[in-house]
Write a protein that binds this ligand. Structure first.
Ligand SMILES: NC(=O)C1=CN([C@@H]2O[C@H](COP(=O)(O)OP(=O)(O)OC[C@H]3O[C@@H](n4cnc5c(N)ncnc54)[C@H](OP(=O)(O)O)[C@@H]3O)[C@@H](O)[C@H]2O)C=CC1
Ligand SMILES: CC1=C(/C=C/C(C)=C/C=C/C(C)=C/C=O)C(C)(C)CCC1
Length: 297
């Protein structure tokens, strides 16, 4: 029980309620995203579950509506492995909604065999980083208009093993599924820091998060990790516990002064030297804009 307590700490104790607030959670049909969306709905927000599988999303939306009594839980199609889908999601959302107060970039893939997104990006970099980069870019004006508003990027402790290999960003020269995940999670932190610098004074703040080691479907591509997660399931976080740090960063009052910081167990956490490198962050920003056809400023 002591080990479990140590590995599963961090509770969002904020009592903030969210009536009139609008939130988008990517990958909200399962795991950490589902629990994050449930808690936002419990607090009264209108919550968009941005999912690649609408049927799975609808089942979860019904479940959340029944559990929370909040009927404003909506499902919209978003496949982060296809920039057309991301642009369509954003276009419809912007036409439908006046505000966006909370964007939680939560969806992720880990250790998938070498594959590419519809636009030819390596899957981890494409979904975990570039997909969320484009989504955030498309929703940024709405976030600014709705300020104070927040962007939470779900990264990982695994970023410590990550490196941004600009000459091999799509893994074409060499590829390791585990490291590809780590690189993409480093990219999440670099994106958060650069975004924070660029958003200073706009009323939009952003945070990156390590949710802890969480019993979810993330390990689906690795039989070994699946076995480890099963073996140690008693010691690792439940998805509800895993959602606490995302929620903390999304709703805790007075967090604006920590714009751009990384959090774990609902506290500020240390990041690797690579993740603190402003030159790499700026270059990754420019390369991401270039790959996605976003005009550079
Ligand atoms: N679990 C853990 O121990 C840790 C998790 N994290 C991070 O937490 C986040 C949530 O992961 P977790 O809940 O654990 O994992 P899950 O696998 O349980 O959930 C991942 C979610 O992402 C969605 N997703 C995957 N690919 C796409 C895509 N192309 N487009 C849209 N949605 C997609 C999945 O949809 P579908 O169900 O349709 O596949 C699912 O809803 C991830 O960013 C992960 O990197 C970080 C550290 C540790
Ligand atoms: C060594 C070890 C563990 C730690 C695993 C860790 C630290 C996993 C981290 C995973 C991440 C960061 C995944 C996604 O981003 C367990 C399972 C707790 C139990 C005992 C052995």
């Amino acid at each position: 029980p002591k080990i479990r307590k140590m590995l599963c700490s961090g509770v969002c104790t904020s009592t903030v309620q969210l009536p009139g607030k609008v939130a988008v959670v990517t990958g909200a049909n399962t795991g950490i995203g589902k629990e994050t969306a449930k808690e936002l709905a419990q607090r009264g927000a209108r919550v968009y579950l941005a999912c690649r599988d609408i049927q799975k999303g609808e089942l979860v939306a019904r479940e959340i509506q029944t559990m929370t009594g909040n009927q404003q839980v909506l499902v919209r199609k978003l496949d982060l492995a296809d920039t057309k889908s991301i642009r369509a999601f954003a276009k419809d959302f912007l036409a439908e909604e006046k505000h966006l107060h909370i964007l939680i970039n939560n969806a992720g893939v880990m250790m998938c065999p070498y594959s590419k997104t519809a636009d030819g990006f390596e899957m981890h970099m494409g979904v975990n980083h570039l997909g969320h980069f484009l989504l955030t870019h498309l929703l940024l004006e709405k976030l600014k208009e709705s300020a104070p508003s927040r962007v939470v990027n779900v990264s990982s402790l695994a970023h410590h093993l990550g490196r941004i290999h600009f000459h091999n960003l799509q893994g074409e020269k060499f590829y390791n599924a585990g490291l590809a995940y780590c690189h993409s999670k480093l990219a999440n932190i670099l994106f958060t820091q650069e975004l924070a610098r660029r958003l200073k004074g706009s009323g939009v703040t952003t945070y990156s998060v390590h949710p802890g080691t969480v019993n979810s479907e993330l390990v689906r591509h690795s039989p070994f990790m699946k076995w480890m997660w099963w073996l140690f399931s008693f010691f690792i976080k439940t998805p509800k516990q895993g959602a606490q740090t995302s929620l903390y960063c999304a709703i805790t009052e007075g967090l604006e002064i920590l714009n751009g910081h990384h959090f774990s167990d609902c506290s500020v956490a240390w990041v690797s030297a690579q993740a603190r490198n402003e030159t790499i962050a700026r270059r990754l920003w420019d390369v991401s804009c270039d790959l996605l056809g976003i005009p550079m400023d």
